[in-house]
Design a protein around this ligand. Sequence first.
Ligand SMILES: NC(=O)c1ccc[n+]([C@@H]2O[C@H](COP(=O)([O-])OP(=O)(O)OC[C@H]3O[C@@H](n4cnc5c(N)ncnc54)[C@H](OP(=O)(O)O)[C@@H]3O)[C@@H](O)[C@H]2O)c1
Length: 179
Amino acid sequence: MLIKTHMGVSADGFISSVDGRPALLSMPTFVSGESHGHPEFIADCGAVVMGRSTFLPAVGGSYWPWSGLEVFVLTSQPLPEATPAGVVSAADPAELLALMQKADFAGNVHLVGGQQTIDAFRQIGALDLLGIVTLPILLGDGTRLTPAGSAAQYLRLDSTRTFPDGAVEQIYSIAAPLT
Ligand SMILES: NC(=O)c1ccc[n+]([C@@H]2O[C@H](COP(=O)([O-])OP(=O)(O)OC[C@H]3O[C@@H](n4cnc5c(N)ncnc54)[C@H](OP(=O)(O)O)[C@@H]3O)[C@@H](O)[C@H]2O)c1
């Protein structure tokens, strides 16, 4: 089981704009679940994991983005009443990782985000692949890929590919801490 991200990131390093809108949504070429390599990325995943801030907008909406996938949420709070049955949560990343390892699904785990949750899994050594899709846009401000004060880290580039709109996918393995 690998834990891996596929984050849309602006060329100036933001995963979302100041108002919390994910960077990918600013691309006119973005098609949910279809564009920017998502189908290939998700094909080997049996589960998704995310932080509460990334999870909440999907609850109670007309469209559930994670059909057919086990869903894990990092949060210290109870999940909203409208949360579909089967969603698992924990307040501690190591505890949530243990629940994922015991759960009945096959394949890898898509770490959907956001910034804090990626950092939490990286801190416990549980982030295997950092996939980013660098978008040909500058957002100027917003939520960065990494939170202030997060640990410096070497990455090893495993693959790249370019999409027709100029977005570039880079898949990195997590390497040694940068000291
Ligand atoms: N570009 C993309 O592809 C993409 C993808 C996903 C999200 N996003 C953006 O990312 C933003 C949200 O990111 P975010 O970093 O603010 O939020 P997040 O990681 O989605 O959720 C933060 C919450 O997760 C829990 N959490 C995080 N770290 C924890 C830890 N170490 N221990 C315990 N609980 C922990 C806490 O929940 P409690 O407060 O309940 O304890 C925290 O408030 C949104 O603007 C979203 O649009 C972008």
